[in-house]
Design a protein around this ligand. Structure first.
Ligand code: FA5
Length: 344
């Protein structure tokens, strides 16, 4: 009997291997395992065996039945999914492969932070071209040809202007201040914007200077906008950005597009003003230039002289990221060094 069970099992397996459709499998099941099948008859006859025979053949017959049913199910799946369960199985208990994730450049993180904070204060985000006309980069910002202030920003010229004051040359913009005039020419006050972006200067690089870096401009224009408004917005921004109460201060400075002009400092992010090596014991860190928008610029923007006032600033994004993440060399941002990028 054991021999016959083995033969039947082999026969079924061979037929299953050659079956192509679900109907083939169903025919095999009915023929070999159905009520009137030989296999079923054998199972039914087990009760007539002696106790010893039952012990030997019973488990064997049951095992064979289970194995054949499992093979039938497998074959059905294979046909249904067009998938070979014998060879294409997956070990769901195997440990997964670690997926290597990329990370965002700290500059992107800082720019997103800045945009979030300013939009929550009701600012709009503006933009301007990186290849800019001499007019928007210089003349319209109160820096006509031969103005000595142009020498403050070593410029990559694409097309030289003809020095006739028409501003028809082209430059890689040296600052995001170009966005001021572009925005003014198509918008009426009151408004408040920031304009983050890439700028270029023909400079030798070192740990704190790059030839290609980022600034973000802020510009608020309306009636009776004052230095107090500027200080208040700046203090709110820096306190949110660094996640702690920050102090700000301004020192007199000169930029042709503002009057009065300031250098802008914040309390040292490391020692909060007590004095340490980061701030060279001054308690302050220099952030960038700012001031009250020059009336000549507002006039270039298309507004009536003395009708509006405004404040503006231009801060370096890399310098802010360096303070926030304690990065000591500006050249790391664009180094492409994966070990640097992975830390953020
Ligand atoms: C300007 O570019 C002015 N347009 C800023 C301004 C806007 C003043 C509006 C007033 C009103 P300045 O050249 O100082 O100013 O540059 C501003 C900031 O850009 C600097 O404080 C510094 O954070 C950053 N910066 C300047 N040059 C470099 C450089 N080579 N590498 C990295 N960051 C720089």
């Amino acid at each position: 009997m054991k021999e016959r069970i083995k033969q039947l099992k082999n026969e079924i397996e061979e037929l299953l291997n050659n079956s192509k459709t679900l109907k083939d499998i169903e025919d095999i099941r009915i023929k070999y395992l159905g009520k009137k099948s030989e296999f079923n008859k054998i199972l039914k006859s087990l009760k007539d065996l002696t106790q010893d025979e039952k012990k030997e053949i019973g488990p064997f017959a049951n095992e064979a039945k289970k194995s054949v049913y499992a093979k039938i199910e497998n074959k059905k799946h294979t046909i249904e999914l067009n998938f070979d369960a014998e060879t294409e199985w997956i070990d769901v208990t195997a440990p997964g492969k670690k997926i290597k994730k990329g990370s965002l450049n700290p500059l992107t993180l800082v720019q997103r932070d800045i945009e979030d904070i300013f939009t929550s204060m009701g600012f709009e985000i503006a933009d301007g071209p990186e290849i800019e006309t001499e007019f928007f980069n210089f003349d319209g910002a109160n820096m006509p040809p031969n103005h000595s202030a142009r020498d403050m920003q070593d410029t990559f010229w694409i097309k030289e202007g003809c020095n006739d004051g028409m501003g028809d040359g082209q430059v890689l913009r040296t600052h995001t201040t170009n966005c001021q005039l572009r925005y003014m020419q198509s918008h009426k006050p009151p408004f408040r914007i920031i304009a983050p972006g890439r700028v270029f200067r023909q400079e030798a690089t070192d740990a704190s200077h790059e030839h290609t870096f980022h600034q973000f401009e802020a510009l608020v224009v309306g009636k009776n906008v004052s230095v107090a408004n500027f200080l208040s917005v700046a203090k709110s921004f820096f306190s949110s950005f660094f996640g702690k109460e920050m102090s700000v201060r301004v020192r007199p400075s000169y930029f042709p597009f503002v009057e009065p002009g300031f250098e802008f400092d914040i309390s040292c992010t490391n020692c909060s003003g007590d004095g340490c090596s980061t701030c060279q014991n001054t308690g302050w860190l220099e952030i960038g230039g700012a001031g009250m928008v020059h009336q000549n610029v507002l006039v270039s923007g298309g507004y009536e002289r003395d009708k509006y006032t405004g404040f503006a600033w231009g801060f370096g994004l890399e310098r802010l990221a360096m303070m926030k993440y304690k990065i000591d060399d500006i050249r790391l941002f664009h180094s492409g060094d994966i070990r640097f990028g992975r830390q953020f």
